[in-house]
Design a protein around this ligand. Structure first.
Ligand code: C2E
Ligand code: MG
Ligand code: MG
Length: 660
């Protein structure tokens, strides 16, 4: 109790006033003639004294605040008032929840009896998780941190439940953020009276220990996304190993490259965040399988490299192979992402340090093996380097260089193979322009040898532009000579067709060469057409509206469906040579050829039979109603001068043919 409590002072004051006024009552009664005044006076006095003695004054102003701050409730001595236990519990829960929510730490609890896990809002935020997907399990943690960290956490939790030991685990978040991505997760065991763990109560906090100067240095050598070493550090370490191996011939090491196949597709079909998470998971998985001494780095956007140092030289292969297989098997396991299994394929190339004396050689061997692997049907597997690979790679590299040079030196020339209309007195309907590489006086190199490399290296783009221009210039010359209806077909590769600038480039060439679009035809393979069918349809529509014609080349080999064919605004199908080859001898081949001819007829398209070499093939096609023929039977591809001679001999204007 306080000496100067304002309630007591007020009470004493009122009491004093009551007594003071009561003292006048006898005098008032005596002197007053009016009873009506005396009675209210007496009652007012009694009221004043009653209030002074019995009224419980409320607290006011700063006194009220002070009281709240400092007074401690006195224990009840009498009977306890009746309390609503349910309400109490709800209030306590609310209070606990508020404390948890305003704390800078995240919280989690694990109930041993129910197995249920509770995550506070802050914990969910720190784990960069989606609040709408929080469940009462550890899935939230499992799917947001690195696999190895999750395994460490799970072990710590199990041992806490068995031995009652508290724990702290540092984990790395899968999703990289611009700020911190390491967390510290601790767990404290709550035990029952008999000492059994009944609950684990834990905290989640940001761990910001990499800000020390030493750590900053350390991070200069790290890939910031995955935490493994960067390319610079990797090459420095590789240099040391190469130097050691030069001094100690018995020292063996290996370089393994791991390339995630179709990584771009992961980024585009999911998101860049998912792509980042995949990279972090892959890095973590490599780490989990390598020996602690090995060097792991990310050396390209989706390429990891490992130096397997100091392999026992006796039977080096036998030590490397199981290790490499283990890494590869672990890395390519499905990744759980956004509640789904994401399948990843990883191509792995391994090169030992045999016969190499510099970093560049080791890397060239490993890269050549990787390239070989990625190109082969076995991509997604493991490829060990062998001498042959390097030789092949060198050959390819030289060829690529040569193609570049040949484009500059204009060594590519076009041959023209006539396309004959057998229903109009073997009239030349057009030519297909076929590229040749005139490398020396001795002869020409077939496109089969260089087109695939030009496609792979992207050189097909400048080369294709050159071919298109040459074909347009030639066609214009023939048109100007009077062969007005002649059509020249130019082959377009998938890469050319996919280029955003393709339409503009074609328009530009037509404008510059002054060629009427009706004299130009584009040939794209059936495979190119169906690969990205929807996009292809749009491009074809634009080409058609320009007045250009389109042929589907190698038709019958690309599995296009009739429904697509109907939607392609095309003019011609070119039946692949493989359908023509045996039509005269084999009933099955004949049936296939009839089917292709039937498809063209039903879609009202022109059909060109390619690769016709023999009379009986020609007769079969004629009987089946195939009008246009291309093949050695009539002519091989011809250089422009000979093509002109052929044209002069076999050209008839369309009008005259119609009249005849
Ligand atoms: P393609 O477009 O299907 O061209 C037809 C191929 O069949 C040509 O081979 C032609 O010479 C050949 N051929 C025609 N008639 C006969 C015949 O009766 N018997 C035999 N055995 N062969 C015949 P080539 O010129 O070697 O071209 C091969 C492929 O290279 C072409 O197949 C085409 O896909 C590609 N190609 C050729 N030139 C170019 C070009 O300028 N650009 C692009 N992107 N690809 C081209
Ligand atoms: Mg063609
Ligand atoms: Mg063809």
């Amino acid at each position: 109790m306080r000496l100067f409590d304002e309630k007591i002072i007020l009470r004493l004051f009122l009491l004093f006033a009551g007594v003071f006024f009561a003292a006048f009552i006898p005098e008032i009664i005596e002197s007053s003639s009016n009873v009506l005044f005396v009675i209210p006076y007496i009652f007012a006095n009694i009221f004043l004294i009653t209030v002074a003695i019995t009224y419980r004054f409320p607290l006011i102003g700063s006194r009220r605040k002070m009281r709240h701050d400092v007074t401690i409730a006195q224990p009840h001595t009498g009977a306890l008032p009746v309390r609503d236990i349910q309400k109490d519990l709800v209030e306590k829960n609310e209070m606990f929840q508020m404390m948890v929510d305003i704390s800078a730490s995240g919280f989690w609890t694990f109930d041993a009896a129910t197995g249920k896990v509770y995550w506070s809002q802050k914990a969910v935020t720190l784990l960069r998780a989606d609040p709408s997907k929080v469940s009462d399990t550890f899935d939230l943690l499992k799917t947001h941190i690195l696999e190895s960290d999750w395994l460490r956490f799970r072990d710590s939790l199990n041992s806490a439940m068995e031995n009652g030991t508290n724990f702290t685990v540092k984990v790395t978040l899968l999703q990289k953020s611009t700020t911190e991505h390491h967390l510290q997760i601790s767990g404290n065991v709550q035990k029952s009276d008999d000492g059994r763990p009944i609950r684990i109560i834990g905290a989640v906090n940001e761990s910001a220990d990499h800000t020390t100067p030493e750590k900053q240095d350390f991070y200069a050598y790290r890939d910031s996304l995955t935490g493994v070493y960067n390319r610079k550090f990797f090459l420095e370490k590789l240099k040391i190993d190469v130097d050691v191996s030069l001094q100690r011939p018995d020292y063996v090491f290996a370089v393994a490259l791991l390339d995630i196949d179709s990584f771009g597709a992961i980024n585009t079909s999911y998101s860049i965040n998912v792509g980042d998470s995949v990279l972090r998971i892959v890095a973590d998985r490599i780490k989990s399988q390598c020996r602690p001494t090995d060097t792991i780095a990310r050396i390209g956007p989706d390429v990891f490299a490992v130096i397997l140092h100091n392999i026992q030289s006796s039977g080096a292969d036998s030590e490397v192979l199981p290790l490499v297989r283990r890494i590869h098997n672990t890395v390519k396991m499905p990744v759980q992402m956004e509640g789904r299994d994401l399948y990843i394929s990883v191509s792995m190339a391994v090169a030992l340090n045999n016969d190499v004396d510099c970093v560049e050689d080791v890397m060239a061997n490993a890269t050549a093996s990787l390239r070989e692997m990625k190109k082969s049907v076995n991509h997604g597997g493991i490829q060990f380097f062998s001498g042959g690979i390097r030789e092949k790679a060198m050959k390819l590299y030289k060829l690529e260089f040569e193609i570049r040079r040949a484009i500059q030196a204009q060594e590519f020339v076009l041959m023209y193979q006539p396309i004959i209309d057998i229903t109009k007195g073997n009239r030349v309907a057009g030519f297909e322009a076929l590229v040749r590489w005139k490398q020396s006086e001795q002869g020409y190199i077939s496109p089969a040898e260089f087109i695939p490399i030009a496609e792979e290296t992207g050189l097909i783009i400048p080369m294709g532009a050159l071919i298109l221009r040459m074909a347009c210039v030639q066609a214009k010359k023939w048109v100007d000579m009077g062969f007005e209806d002649i059509q020249v077909a130019v082959n377009f590769s998938a890469k050319q067709f996919a280029m955003d600038s393709m339409l503009d480039d074609i328009k530009k060439v037509l404008l510059e060469t002054k060629l009427n679009p009706k004299n130009l035809k584009l040939e794209i393979t059936e495979y190119t057409a169906v690969c990205e069918a929807e996009k292809t349809i749009e491009i074809m529509k634009a080409l058609s509206s320009m007045g250009l014609q389109i042929s589907i080349d190698d038709f019958g080999t690309g599995y296009s469906s009739l429904s697509y064919l109907k939607r392609f605004p095309i003019h011609t199908l070119k039946m692949d040579k493989s359908f023509v080859d045996y039509v005269a001898e084999d009933e099955e081949a004949a049936a296939f050829a009839r089917m292709v001819i039937g498809i063209a007829k039903s879609l009202n398209l022109d059909l060109i039979a390619e690769g016709v070499e023999q009379e009986d093939q020609l007769e079969f096609l004629r009987n089946e109603g195939c009008r246009l023929i291309q093949g050695y039977y009539f002519s091989k591809p011809l250089p422009p001068e000979l093509a002109l001679g052929y044209l002069k001999e076999h050209y008839k204007p369309v009008d005259s043919v119609c009249r005849s």
